[in-house]
Design a protein around this ligand. Structure first.
Ligand code: F6P
Length: 373
């Protein structure tokens, strides 16, 4: 048993349904089972750097299990190991070549934790946030990681919380555009989030009965997609549903980039491939094609029952792990069991991606779905 008395919890990266249920489970388990003090760090690593700490009690986590977002706020731009230098006016400093100047300010974060008497730091995040988590663990901070991302692309865990809610929204999006597709005999293209991983599009595409599923892991030939739609048309199917990952790549390998946030550790924001695919299909097939981008709607709103339960399991397991002294580790779901894995392993590994021989790809192909390959 470790001699932990006071813990801190923070949320980093994009918001995600299930963050609040995890916070609730950590706070309740820590206080009710172990009598610990709990501190919330607001705005992720930004708050760690600036000492933006608040006490969290049982009252603070009442009525939050059904709420999306995070009561602690988040940031996806504050890597303390590579922090943009700012001038007195707060503007980012650039060198003569116009490149941003960075410094390592992680010691400030470590010092702030020490000053606040924090014995263990619970970090809820995806690969970017947990990479810093691993680096803080290397500096001697007692870190416990909890896997968050709608993309479900973290290695060593079967499911991250947030994924189930997001694929539910994406499936609903596919169901809804179907109405217009059928009424107007159109090709309806729906762009789904997920960065470089096709999990969301694959699951939603199957659940939403898409005719075409395009994911980053399987480069697509637009001519093959057009052929499939033409064939369906010839067989009397007058509309098509195309589910496309924001990170989908054509045979030439390019992704469609929406914008570059140069102050972010992960600067590429994907977006726009849905319109590119729709325009090309309209030209090749000769039917009207429309694109819908679901965007942040997929991350918003109330977490599903599945995510609330998974988040509660992760939050509880994270406190248990800390009380056993399992620092530098991330709680994980493997099969139906909650376990833990070293952050060194999780971060050392590539992100978890769909393989072309994945069971879901195989079954979708057997049912006539086109992946453009
Ligand atoms: O990682 C979660 C995610 O929603 C991705 O699916 C998406 O590419 C990205 O975040 C969008 O980030 P932002 O909210 O910063 O635009």
């Amino acid at each position: 048993m470790s001699d932990i008395k006071k813990i801190a919890i923070m949320t980093g990266g994009g918001d995600c349904p299930g963050l609040n249920p995890v916070i609730r489970a950590v706070v309740k388990t820590a206080i009710l089972k172990y009598g610990l003090e709990v501190v919330g760090i607001r705005h992720g690593y930004h708050g760690l750097y600036h000492g933006d700490f608040v006490n969290l009690g049982l009252d603070d986590v009442q009525e939050i299990i059904s709420k999306g977002g995070t009561i602690l706020y988040s940031s996806n731009k504050d890597n303390l190991f590579k922090y943009p230098v700012r001038d007195e006016k707060g503007d980012i400093v650039k060198d003569a070549e116009g490149n941003i100047v960075y410094e390592d300010v992680s010691d400030v974060g470590v010092e702030n934790l020490k000053k606040a008497g924090i014995d263990a730091l619970f970090i809820l995040g995806g690969d970017g946030t947990l990479t810093s988590g691993r680096d803080f663990a290397r500096k001697g901070v007692n870190v416990i990681g909890i896997p968050k991302t709608i993309d479900n692309d973290l290695a060593f865990t079967d499911y991250t919380f947030g994924f189930d809610t997001a694929i539910g929204v994406a499936t609903d999006g596919l169901d809804r555009v179907r109405t217009t597709g059928m009424s107007h005999h159109r090709i309806m293209v729906v762009e789904i989030m997920g960065r470089g991983a096709g999990w969301m599009t694959l699951h939603a595409g199957i659940a939403g009965a898409a005719d075409v599923i395009l994911i980053p892991e399987i480069p697509y030939d637009i001519n093959k997609v057009a052929e499939k739609i033409k064939e369906d048309k010839a067989n009397g199917k007058e509309f098509s549903i195309v589910a496309v990952s924001e990170g989908a790549k054509s045979l030439t390998g390019e992704q469609v980039i929406l914008k570059v946030r140069e102050d972010s550790p992960d600067p590429i924001r994907l977006g726009g491939v849905g319109s590119v695919v729709a325009d090309k299909l309209e030209e090749l097939v000769g039917s009207e094609a429309r694109a819908t981008t679901l965007g942040h709607i997929q991350r918003g709103g109330s977490p599903t029952v599945h995510d609330r339960v998974l988040s509660s399991r992760y939050g509880y397991a994270a406190v248990e792990l800390a009380m056993k002294g399992g620092f530098g580790r991330m709680v994980a779901l493997q099969g139906d069991k909650i376990t833990s894995v070293s952050l060194e392993d999780v971060i050392g590994q590539q992100t978890k991606n769909v393989t072309p021989d994945n069971e879901l790809v195989t079954l979708a192909k057997a049912m006539g779905v086109c992946f453009g390959d």
